[in-house]
Design a binder for this molecule. Structure first.
Ligand code: ZN
Length: 250
């Protein structure tokens, strides 16, 4: 028995793709429209995919957001359900829903720049080596940064203590490009995650606490779709994540 997710993993072309599937792959089990790539190669492929989708635009809190229609309808029901229970669910910022390839590239480049500056400053990398990394195409840069992390423990997360993928998505790999992710302002309230889960929204990226993904299934259904639940503690509170269950296959 193999899940569609395992099939995708087997067909992944590169080490980088496999790594990205492990980090962000849960989105591929969505009941809505899954992205056609593990990593979109450029802006054009993102735009073509986004243009092919049924999209809804709605105000939630202070901003208007765009998501795939199924995801947005479900989110609006969740927001109303939360209101009836006496708390709110809103977006963290204007870019909490849909993003473009350029948006995700900008976030990635910010972390890469900061990390290179940090490691050159500590003498762990030469300025020449940093310049070489900066000169790579974005898709080659993803592989180069992951290699620096794996082989030399030069990490590019916000605090330089873990993988860059736990702070920012690789360009072209963000779930926001597929319009199936929403970053919630009130993520520290445990009731928020409970109500979202009832409507098919789950945390799927470890350490990204505000980030929820529209899978369209209740938690009970997720193991049969090839996901497993992990629980981590942050600032004394426990958070659950549904991640691809590749434990026996990697
Ligand atoms: Zn997010």
């Amino acid at each position: 028995m193999s899940s569609p997710l395992e099939e995708l993993f087997r067909r992944a072309l590169s080490q980088t793709e496999r790594r990205l599937l492990v980090e962000y792959g849960s989105v591929f089990v969505t009941r809505a429209t899954a992205p056609p790539f593990v990593i979109f190669p450029n802006e054009e492929t993102v735009q073509r995919f986004q243009a092919s989708l049924a999209i809804s635009r709605r105000p939630i809190g202070d901003y208007e957001f765009e998501l795939q229609s199924d995801a947005m309808e479900s989110l609006v029901r969740t927001v109303r359900g939360a209101e009836r229970l006496g708390f709110s669910i809103t977006g963290r910022s204007g870019d909490s829903g849909r993003r473009s390839y350029a948006d995700t590239a900008k976030l990635w480049e910010r972390n890469v720049d900061k990390g290179l500056h940090h490691w050159v400053g500590l003498g762990r990398m030469s300025p020449d080596e940093a310049a070489n990394v900066l000169g790579l195409s974005l898709s080659d840069q993803v592989g180069a940064i992951l290699k620096l992390e794996d082989e030399r423990q030069l990490y590019f997360s916000t605090y330089f203590d873990k993988s860059i993928l736990q702070s920012v998505a690789a360009p072209g790999a963000s779930q926001h490009l597929s319009m199936l992710a929403f970053d919630v302002a009130e993520y520290e309230n445990p009731a928020v995650a409970r109500v979202l889960a009832l409507h098919g929204w789950h945390r799927t990226v470890v350490s990204d606490l505000p980030h929820f993904t529209y899978l369209g299934y209740s938690a009970d259904d997720l193991p049969a779709l090839g996901l497993r639940r992990v629980e981590n503690e942050y600032a004394g509170s426990a958070y659950s994540f549904w991640i691809p269950d590749f434990t026996s296959k990697v």
